[in-house]
Design a protein around this ligand. Structure first.
Ligand code: HEM
Length: 269
């Protein structure tokens, strides 16, 4: 798909950009270290005061709300790895996010990113989900550091991180997905395009990406072609439409609390 190629190209660009931007970071001098430590400790004291409350004369600790920007930053931190594929987990994180969401069925209002049902067999072994365990496993370290986030929210957020960190558009995102308890919530096979069809997506001789039937439809189908032409000329419009559609995809079938408003999370560069 075009998305895959775009993300790959941009991800490589971004890897260099990120390395470059950290090159000249000045080291903190010693004289600043003591006041900094002091501020940190007083800050911690103040923070614990805010999260501590007396109720019926029994002390209770209020749950610290999750800071999604911190979770975002942690996912961004684990995107790059020179030993994995072509150096970034971005593409596979995005594919995980969309395969979790793309199971939504309008007629029955089932599936979608709510439930993170791909944790269970049989959905984890559906042909379309081949290769996604690597993304789910990689994200476990984020789940360990922020146990309060659900797997369903984590995977969806990882898709947003992948797009934004590759220099793509800002995607509005909101939490509220819950994790299903068992495989009984799994969606039936066949709701997603089968990954097996794309196993040979690289031309062995030229190492170029081949075009899949879905890619070819972009230029052979009149309606699709008009979008290809439009987006090739106007990146702003492409970004706007992509951000709108991706947010919609990620929210299909999710019963959000009406008070949970979409948020904007900042890229790390
Ligand atoms: C009709 C819709 C689609 C079809 C037929 C399709 C097909 C495929 C196939 C066959 C692969 C290769 C899988 C493999 O390596 O075994 C792939 C990879 C990928 N797809 Fe799609 N896709 C579709 C929609 C999407 C959408 C909507 C997104 C994101 C918004 C997306 C993002 C990706 C990414 C990022 C990869 C690369 C994953 C990696 O390199 O690890 N695709 N797609």
């Amino acid at each position: 798909m075009f998305t895959r190629q775009l993300l790959r190209n941009n991800a490589l660009f971004r890897v260099n950009l990120r390395k470059f931007s950290t090159q000249n970071t000045p080291k903190p001098t010693k004289s600043k270290a003591v006041p900094l430590a002091f501020l940190t400790f007083t800050g911690l004291g103040a923070a614990s005061y805010f999260y501590y409350q007396q109720s019926d004369s029994k002390p209770t600790f209020l749950k610290k709300p999750l800071n999604y920007q911190e979770v975002y930053n942690k996912i961004a931190d684990i995107l790059e790895d020179v030993d994995y594929d072509d150096g970034s987990y971005g593409p596979v994180f995005l594919r995980l996010a969309w395969h979790a969401a793309g199971t939504y069925d309008l007629n029955t209002n089932t599936g979608g990113s709510n439930g993170s049902t791909m944790r269970f067999n049989p959905e984890s072994s559906h042909g379309a989900n081949a290769g996604l365990k690597i993304a789910r496993d990689r994200l476990e370290q984020v789940k360990k550091e922020f146990p309060a986030i659900t797997h369903a929210d984590l995977w969806s957020l990882a898709g947003v991180v992948a797009i934004q960190e590759a220099g793509g558009p800002i995607i509005k995102w909101r939490p509220g997905r819950k994790d299903a308890d068992s495989e009984t919530a799994c969606t039936p096979d066949g709701r997603l395009p089968d990954a097996a069809l794309g196993q040979d997506h690289e031309d062995k001789a030229t190492k170029e990406l081949m075009m899949l039937p879905a890619d070819l439809a972009f230029i052979n189908d009149k309606k699709f072609k008009s979008f290809v032409t439009l987006y090739a000329k106007d990146e702003k419009k492409f970004f706007e439409d992509f951000a709108y559609s991706f947010q919609k995809l990620e929210e299909l079938g999710v019963p959000f609390d009406e008070n949970t408003k979409p948020m904007v999370l900042k890229p790390t560069f």
